[in-house]
Design a binder for this molecule. Structure first.
Ligand code: HEM
Length: 920
C-alpha cells in the first residue's frame, strides 16, 4: 500500500486515460461535497443587517454598489463590510497571540531563511500577465483593510538579519468592532471584508456609492477615461481613480485600464442597440457583462493555465458552462459529460482503479452526483449557498497569498523582439510610477512584454526581494513575507498540518514528505523545532514539492480553491437564475460568451494581433503557435508571424550559435527525407532536424520582378518570403557547399518553395558564400562524396532537380494562373553588392551573412525555359548546361527585407518543401 500522504487522483487520472479523468472529476466532486457539508462556517448573523436594507426596483436586475440585494431574501449576504467566514472548524480558528505562539518561530527568521529569493525561479507554464491577473481578482474579492496602528505587533529582527538588529512594527488587523457578548463567548476573532464578497468587478466599480460615483462618467453608461485611453489619476499620488487602488503597480495599471476600456466598449455596443436607454441602465448592463466576462476568463482561462491538468481543465470549463441556459453552453457541458461517461459503468479498468474507493463506486449510480461532480453547477438554476450564507473566508485569503509569483523586475521588449529594451525594478513600477511607465512605453509593448516573460514559481526561497523591503506611502518599510506568515497566525488560520486535517487532507508525517532538498529540510527542522505541527500554513504550501501534474500550486491550496471557486459562481444570482437575456440583454450574454482574454487584448491593443496569433490561452507564454487557419492568412501576416514569434524569439545570443557539424549520414533516413517532400506546412514538426543543412542564416525577402519575361505566378513579384542560406555539413569535413532555400508566402494558400545549390559537392576550399551562382538543378556528379544523389533517389526519380511549377502556378495574392508558365531552370546570381565582399579563406560563413542588412540585393534571378536534356556523356551534359545558361534571362532580384539572422527557429523550425519532379 502506498504510504504517500498526497492525494491520489492525479496519479489515477494520469494512468487511466479518459476513465482516469472521470475518476479525477468524481473524486473532486466528492471532495467538494464533503467540504460543502463540513467546511462552510458562517461567522455572522445577517438578520440585523438585513433589516436595514431595502432592495429597490433597480437591484432586481442590476448589481448594487455595495453588493447588497444579490440574494433578495437575504440581502446583506456577500455585501461590503460583511465578515469573513471560515473553512475550518471554529475551535481550530482561534488566532495566536503574543502570549502564546504568535511570534514562534520568529516570522522574520522564517522570511529570511525560507522565503527570501536566492535566485529567480520562474514558473514557465504561465506568463507574467497571470501574476498581475490574480492580484486584480483578489482586489475584487477581498481586503482586510488598513490595520490598526494603535496596537502594533512587534517583531524583533533575528540575529544576522540583513537589516541589522531592531524591531519591526506591524499593524494588527483591524478587529471587528461590532460583536455581541454572545459572539465574544462563542466565536474566534472575526474580521470584515472592505470589498464586496461577490465576483462583481468591485476592483473597477468600487464597493460603495461614493467610489462608484468617482469612476463613472455618467454619460452613456461609461466609466471615466482620459483622451489617450488611460485612467484619470489622483492628483497627489498619480495612482488611477478606480474601484480599488491599493498595493498599486504597473500590472494593475494595465489591467484596470484594459477592463475599464472593455466596460466602455460594452456600453457603446449597448448604446447602439438601445439608443433610448439612459446612462444608468447602460452602466448597469455593461457592468453585469464586464464582471461576468472577467469571471469567465478567470474560470476557463486563468485557472486552467495555472493548474494545467486535464481533470481541472474540464472541471473549470464545466463550472462555467454549467451556468448557462444557452444551447451552445449546454451542448458544451453535454459534450464533456458524454465524453467522460463513456464506459463509466462497466469498465474493468474503472473498477480496478477505484478498488480503494468504495465511497466513489457507490456514487457512480447517482446521476445527479455525476453531474454535480463534473459540472458543479450543471443543473443548478437557482443560487445555492449550501445552507451557509455566502462569504469569502480567512482560509481563502490565506491560500491566495501568492506573492512569489512576482518578479523583481519588469523586462520591456520591443514587440517581436527577444532582447530586453528596458529593465525596470519592480519598486520603480509601484504607485504613481505605474502610469508614467504606461505613458512612456505604451500598452502594446507592455502587454507583449508581460505575455512573453515568466512569473515566479510558488515555492520556498522565491519571495521577491522588493516585497521583503516594501515601501508603503505614509508608512515604514515592511517585509511582506513576515506579514504573510504573521497574518495567518493572527487570524487563526491553523498551522499547516492541522489546516490539512481540517480540510480533509492527510496530515504529513515527516518533514521529508514536503521536500528532499537538504538545505530546506535543515532550515525547516531547525526553525520549527523538529515539530511538523508547527510549520506555518503558507510555508507548508510553498514547500509542497509533490503537486498534481501541471499545477503551479499544491493540493492544500487547491482544496480551498475547489470549495470557493464554484461557490463564488453558484451562490450569485447574476451567475445562476439571472444569468439570462432578460437581465443582461441578449447582446450582453453574447458578449460574455463570445469573448475571451485574447479578444479583449486585441480589441484595445490591435497591434498585439500578430503576437497573439495561434495563442489559445493569453495567460500561457506567448510564442510561436501555428493557428488552425494558418494557411488562410494573408501572405505577409504569415511572414510576420513566423518572423516575429519564431525567429526573433529564438535568436542565438553571443556564443550560443551551434558549431557546424559533419552531416550525420546515418541519420538521413528515408522517413526524414519523405517528410521533406510531402509537407506543405511552413513549420517543421517538433524535433525535426534539417539533415543536410543543419545550420544557416535567414532573412525575410522580397522578389522584385523585372517584368520583361514570360513567367507567371510569383515570378511576377512577391513581397513576403524567407530566404535561408546554409552549407552542406561541415566545410572542414567535405568542402564548402553553399545552398539556398526560398519560401514565398501566398495569401490564403500554402507557400511556394524552392531550393538551390552550386553543385552537390560544393566549391572546395572557397568559403565565400557568394563566389558562385546557385540553381535548383545541378548535374549528377561522379564525385558525389556525400551520396546525396543516392539519398534523394529514395524519394524521387530525378534526384538532382527541383521543379519550379509551384512558383509559377499561383501569384502571391493567391490568384491562380489560368495558363501558368514556369521555367525549367532558375539561377540565383550573386549581385554586385555581395560578390567579392567576403573572404574565401576558411571561416564561419554565418559571421559574413549576419552583416547583411535589410535592403541588400542578394541575388539576381535568371531563368530559362529550354528543356532539360541529359546525356550519358559528361561533356555533352556540360554543353547542354551552358546552352541553357546562355539562354537564361533576368527575371528579377531577391532583396532582403530584414537583416540576416541566426536563430534556432531558422535552423530547426522553419520548413522548406522540396518540389519533386513527380509533383510538378
Ligand atoms: C506589486 C505587487 C503587490 C504588492 C505591492 C502587494 C502588497 C500587499 C500588501 C501591502 C498586503 C497587505 C499586507 C497586510 O496584511 O498588512 C497584501 C496582501 C495580500 N496580497 Fe498582495 N501585493 C502584491 C501582489 C499580490 C499578488 C500578485 C497576489 C496574488 C494573489 C497578492 C495577494 C495578496 C493577498 C491574498 C493578500 C491578503 C489580503 C488580505 O489580508 O485581505 N498580492 N499585498
Amino acid at each position: 500500500m502506498s504510504t504517500s500522504v498526497w492525494v491520489t487522483w492525479p496519479a489515477i487520472a494520469k494512468a487511466g486515460g479518459s476513465i482516469g479523468i472521470v475518476i479525477g472529476l468524481l473524486t473532486l466532486g466528492l471532495q467538494r461535497e464533503d467540504l460543502t457539508e463540513n467546511n462552510l462556517i458562517a461567522t455572522e448573523d445577517l438578520s440585523k443587517a438585513n433589516a436595514e436594507i431595502v432592495c429597490d426596483e433597480r437591484s432586481l436586475t442590476a448589481r448594487t454598489e455595495d453588493g447588497t440585494c444579490n440574494i433578495l431574501d437575504n440581502p446583506a449576504e456577500g455585501s461590503v463590510n460583511r465578515r469573513f467566514g471560515r473553512n475550518v472548524k471554529l475551535e481550530a480558528a482561534y488566532g495566536e497571540t503574543e502570549n502564546d505562539t504568535l511570534l514562534e518561530p520568529n516570522p522574520r527568521a522564517v522570511s529570511n531563511e525560507l522565503m527570501a529569493r536566492e535566485e529567480f525561479k520562474p514558473a514557465t507554464s504561465v506568463n507574467f500577465i497571470a501574476a498581475a491577473w490574480i492580484q486584480f481578482m483578489v482586489h475584487d474579492w477581498i481586503d482586510h483593510g488598513d490595520g490598526d496602528a494603535n496596537n502594533p505587533i512587534l517583531v524583533e529582527r533575528p540575529a544576522g538579519d540583513p537589516k541589522g538588529p531592531g524591531t519591526m512594527s506591524i499593524k494588527r488587523t483591524t478587529p471587528d468592532s461590532d460583536r455581541t457578548a454572545e459572539e465574544d463567548a462563542t466565536l474566534p476573532a472575526t474580521y470584515r471584508n472592505i470589498n464586496t464578497h461577490w465576483w462583481d468587478g468591485s476592483q473597477l466599480y468600487g464597493s460603495d456609492k461614493a467610489t462608484n460615483d468617482s469612476v463613472r462618467a455618467f454619460v452613456d453608461g461609461k466609466l471615466k477615461v482620459e483622451e489617450d485611453g488611460t485612467l484619470p489619476t489622483d492628483y497627489w499620488s498619480n495612482v488611477p481613480v478606480t474601484g480599488f487602488n491599493k498595493n498599486w503597480w504597473l500590472g494593475l495599471s494595465m489591467l484596470h485600464q484594459l477592463f475599464t476600456l472593455e466596460h466602455n466598449a460594452i456600453a457603446e455596443m449597448l448604446k447602439q442597440k438601445y439608443p433610448e436607454r439612459d446612462d444608468q441602465w447602460l452602466y448597469d448592463k455593461a457592468r453585469l457583462a464586464n464582471a461576468a466576462l472577467m469571471a469567465k476568463i478567470h474560470t476557463i482561462e486563468w485557472t486552467p493555465a495555472i493548474i494545467a491538468n486535464p481533470v481541472t481543465e474540464r472541471a473549470m470549463r464545466a463550472n462555467w458552462y454549467g451556468l448557462t441556459d444557452e444551447r451552445e453552453g449546454r451542448d458544451k457541458v453535454q459534450e464533456i459529460l458524454d465524453g467522460l461517461s463513456e464506459g463509466i459503468t462497466s469498465s474493468p479498468l474503472l473498477t480496478a482503479l477505484l478498488s480503494s474507493r468504495p465511497d466513489l463506486i457507490e456514487k457512480l449510480d447517482d446521476p445527479n452526483f455525476i453531474d454535480f461532480a463534473i459540472g458543479g453547477l450543471v443543473g443548478t438554476r437557482e443560487p445555492y449557498n449550501g445552507g451557509t450564507d455566502y462569504s469569502l473566508t480567512e482560509e481563502f485569503t490565506a491560500v491566495y497569498r501568492m506573492h512569489p509569483l512576482l518578479r523583481d523586475d519588469v523586462e520591456v521588449y520591443d514587440i517581436g523582439s527577444a532582447e530586453v529594451a528596458r529593465r525596470i525594478p519592480m519598486m520603480e513600477t509601484r504607485d504613481g510610477h505605474a502610469e508614467d511607465i504606461l505613458d512612456e512605453e505604451g500598452g502594446e509593448r507592455l502587454w507583449y512584454s508581460f505575455g512573453t516573460t515568466y512569473p515566479g514559481s510558488l515555492t520556498l526561497h522565491n519571495y521577491p526581494e522588493f516585497l521583503r523591503n516594501l515601501s508603503i506611502p505614509f508608512s515604514e518599510d515592511i517585509d511582506l513575507a513576515t506579514i504573510d506568515i504573521l497574518r495567518d497566525r493572527e487570524r487563526g488560520v491553523p498551522r499547516y498540518n492541522e489546516f490539512r486535517r481540517q480540510i480533509g487532507l492527510n496530515p504529513i508525517t515527516k518533514f521529508e514528505d514536503l521536500t528532499s532538498d537538504p538545505k530546506t529540510l535543515e532550515a525547516l527542522k531547525r526553525l520549527y523545532d523538529n515539530d511538523i505541527e508547527k510549520i506555518d500554513a503558507l510555508v507548508g504550501q510553498l514547500a509542497e514539492t509533490v503537486r498534481p501534474e501541471g499545477f503551479a500550486f499544491g493540493e492544500t491550496a487547491f482544496q480551498i480553491f475547489i470549495l470557493n471557486a464554484s461557490r463564488r459562481l453558484m451562490t450569485d444570482r447574476f451567475y445562476t437564475s439571472d444569468y439570462r437575456a432578460e437581465v443582461y440583454t441578449q447582446e450582453g450574454i453574447d458578449w460574455v460568451e463570445n469573448n475571451d482574454m485574447k479578444d479583449v487584448l486585441e480589441r484595445h491593443f490591435p497591434e498585439l494581433k500578430v503576437s497573439l496569433t495561434g495563442i489559445e490561452n493569453a495567460f500561457k507564454p506567448w510564442g510561436l503557435k501555428i493557428p488552425d487557419n494558418y494557411q488562410e492568412m494573408a501572405a505577409c501576416d504569415k511572414q510576420t508571424l513566423l518572423w516575429q514569434n519564431g525567429v526573433t524569439q529564438t535568436l542565438y545570443e553571443q556564443g550560443e550559435r551551434p558549431a557546424l557539424q559533419p552531416v550525420d549520414i546515418g541519420g538521413l533516413i528515408d522517413s526524414i527525407l519523405w517528410k521533406k517532400v510531402n509537407r506543405n506546412e511552413d513549420v517543421a514538426p517538433l524535433g525535426y532536424e534539417k539533415p543536410i543543412h543543419p545550420y544557416g542564416a535567414m532573412a525575410t525577402v522580397a522578389f522584385e520582378s523585372s517584368n520583361s519575361h514570360p513567367y507567371t505566378g510569383i515570378f511576377e513579384g512577391a513581397e513576403c518570403g524567407l530566404v535561408r542560406l546554409s552549407v552542406t555539413g561541415d566545410p572542414d569535413d567535405r568542402g564548402f557547399a553553399p545552398g539556398l532555400a526560398w519560401k514565398t508566402f501566398i495569401d490564403g494558400k500554402p507557400s511556394s518553395n524552392v531550393s538551390a545549390l552550386y553543385t552537390l559537392s560544393g566549391q572546395g576550399d572557397n568559403h565565400d558564400f557568394f563566389a558562385n551562382e546557385l540553381s535548383q538543378y545541378v548535374s549528377a556528379e561522379v564525385n558525389d562524396t556525400l551520396g546525396s544523389t543516392a539519398l534523394f533517389s529514395l524519394v524521387t526519380s530525378k534526384p538532382t532537380r527541383l521543379m519550379t511549377e509551384n512558383l509559377a502556378e499561383t501569384q502571391a495574392n493567391g490568384e491562380v494562373e489560368a495558363t501558368p508558365k514556369a521555367p525549367t531552370q532558375i539561377y540565383f546570381v550573386p549581385t554586385q553588392e555581395v560578390r567579392q565582399r567576403f573572404a574565401s579563406s576558411a571561416h564561419d560563413f554565418r559571421d559574413d551573412l549576419i552583416t547583411l542588412q535589410s535592403g541588400t540585393a542578394l541575388y539576381d534571378v535568371y531563368a530559362t525555359d529550354k528543356p532539360i536534356r541529359t546525356s550519358i556523356f559528361g561533356w555533352i551534359n556540360r554543353r547542354y548546361a551552358s546552352d541553357r545558361r546562355n539562354s537564361a534571362i533576368k527575371v528579377g532580384t531577391m532583396r532582403l527585407t530584414s537583416e540576416m539572422t541566426t536563430s534556432a527557429f531558422g535552423d530547426g523550425g522553419v520548413f522548406f518543401k522540396h518540389q519533386r519532379y513527380e509533383d510538378r
